[in-house]
Design a protein around this ligand. Structure first.
Ligand SMILES: Nc1ncnc2c1ncn2[C@@H]1O[C@H](COP(=O)(O)OP(=O)(O)OP(=O)(O)O)[C@@H](O)[C@H]1O
Ligand SMILES: [Mg+2]
Length: 498
């Protein structure tokens, strides 16, 4: 594609020189290490390094031209054949160019974006499951991993860089895919990673104080979320699925062409849940939408997931799916990896793996477990090394406050001494009078926690969730709480296939 085609709709600071406009561009890159001859390189200040430093490297590797927000850096000027194209906004230019170069795959797909402080990952999994239940070939892009037409890819960011995102969409198209569901973090919106994309459906879960280190104020955080509903450089979404029970969702301004679907537990919501029952086996309730009523069942645990399921119902309705299909998709999502994920080999107690790794999250997870009325809650946790030390006693206290038995172990000790980390956490545990044991070896600690469990108890293995490794001082080893728990349970004589 010619450079002027690649840069179509991109705001330049001055018209493209004719000799540049006709350059034949073979590929796009923002990482100079991946540049090949004939590429167009995007150099803009990133969060870690100033991309302009890499412009020279990119040129040396054969980049035909460099796109940047600034004036060309001195050594590059006159260092033709590479030309420098100055744009008003580097990240917007990258996103628009990626869409141009790859022939706008987002316009040929039905894309759902999920934004909000909590519940994005869970909601995205649910929506994807609903779309697959309807027989579609799909992609799902989020925090834990990316799914692409049945394949699982490692996630780089919750929302990938625009160029990578457009490439994923292109791959999905090549696999005859039709629908993509993605978490759209507020960082991604603020950093223009979805700039110019066409969204069919935008979902807003909720907004609470979080990520203020990045956005500064609650208003700036809200403004980032609002961008998704304005279209973020593209047309506004055709449908908006919004949580009526969230005060910020109600403040979202919708374009007159966007059709709203409000979900919630109160009368004001047009899509709502009734007769909720929540227990060890998951959730059951009735969904109402206008005159429609249908029953849903989900293996997901905890009432908070009623919201996520309603959001997924709303997204399903935005695609015109039948209630039975939506219900099927919801029933089929057995767990979100590492989010209150059960390990069940038929033992008479519940074992869950959860990624809670702050005192708040630990408290929440234990509260969800308590809500199921177990005989006892046994909590295993550890604290990460080379990270905030002040949170260790707080985590210890959170675990001790609400549990009946605590197993303190290692998380990712990194370069620190595991025993020293545990000592910090012990200070918090000892503030409460709770039985506890200390076992630095995480596998042995899991065995200890499971040995303690009796019929009717819940064991929470907290901290690592979906992680499949443990970072030690001198190496990273394979380690998966779910797998270790399974092995231990097998060793104790349980064997039912999951
Ligand atoms: N709808 C919800 N409202 C409030 N809290 C929720 C909701 N859904 C899930 N949670 C809580 O938030 C945690 C994170 O859920 P999830 O991973 O789905 O959210 P997320 O928005 O993707 O979060 P992150 O930004 O960490 O990726 C869950 O473990 C649960 O405790
Ligand atoms: Mg997430």
């Amino acid at each position: 594609m010619k450079l002027d085609g690649v840069l179509s709709d991109v705001r330049l600071t001055q018209p493209l020189a004719p000799e540049l406009a006709q350059l034949e561009i073979r590929g796009l890159e923002y990482d100079s290490r991946r540049v090949e001859p004939g590429f167009l390189f995007f150099a803009f200040p990133g969060s870690r390094a100033d991309g302009r430093q890499f412009a020279q490297d990119a040129v040396a590797r054969g980049a035909l031209a460099v796109v940047g927000e600034s004036e060309p850096p001195a050594p590059l000027a006159g260092h033709l054949p590479a030309g420098w194209v100055q744009v008003e906004h580097g990240r917007q230019a990258l996103s628009l160019s990626a869409r141009n170069f790859y022939d706008k795959p987002d316009e040929q797909l039905a894309i759902t974006g999920v934004t909000g402080t909590n519940g994005k990952t869970t909601t995205a999994y649910l929506i994807d499951s609903v779309l697959r239940a309807a027989g579609n070939t799909t992609a799902m892009i989020g925090t834990i991993e990316y799914h692409l037409a049945g394949r699982v890819l490692k996630a780089v960011n919750t929302t990938p860089e625009s160029l990578d995102l457009v490439r994923l969409f292109t791959e999905l198209r090549q696999s005859a895919g039709t629908h993509a569901t993605m978490e759209v973090s507020s960082h991604a919106l603020a950093l223009n990673r979805v700039y110019g994309l066409h969204f069919h459906t935008a979902v807003f879960t909720n907004l609470t104080r979080d990520h203020l280190d990045f956005h500064g104020t609650m208003e700036a955080y809200f403004a980032a979320k609002q961008m998704l509903f304005d279209g973020a450089g593209g047309p506004p979404p055709r449908f908006a699925v919004l949580n009526r029970d969230d005060e910020y969702a109600r403040r979202i301004q919708l374009d007159p062409k966007t059709q709203a679907i409000w979900y919630g537990l109160g009368q004001e919501a047009e899509l709502r849940a009734r007769q909720i029952s929540s227990g060890f086996q998951g959730l059951k309730f009735e969904v109402q939408h206008g005159k429609l009523r249908w029953a849903v069942e989900s293996p997901l645990i905890g009432k908070i997931n009623v919201y996520n399921i309603l959001a997924a119902c709303g997204a399903g309705l935005s695609y015109g799916l039948a209630p039975e299909t939506i219900a099927l998709g919801i029933r089929d999502l057995r767990a979100v990896p590492g989010r209150f994920e059960r390990v069940d080999l038929g033992q008479p107690f519940v074992v869950v793996v959860d990624y809670a790794h702050t005192d708040d999250a630990l408290r929440n997870t234990i509260a969800v477990a308590r809500g199921l009325n177990p005989k006892r809650v046994i909590t295993l946790f550890g604290c990460g090394g080379d990270r905030d030390r002040t949170k260790r006693p707080l985590m210890g206290q959170a675990a001790a406050e609400a549990s009946d038995f605590v197993v303190l172990t290692s998380d990712n000790p990194r370069s620190e001494d595991p025993l020293a980390i545990m000592n910090d956490a012990l200070v918090g545990i000892r503030r409460k009078d709770v039985p506890h044991v200390v076992e630095p070896d995480r596998a042995a600690a899991i065995a200890r926690a499971l040995k303690e469990a009796r019929e009717g108890d819940i064991v929470i293995l907290a901290g690592k969730g979906h992680e499949t490794y443990q970072v030690l001082k001198d190496k990273t080893i394979d380690f998966d709480d779910r797998q270790v728990a399974r092995e231990v349970l097998k060793g104790y004589g349980y064997h039912r296939d999951e």
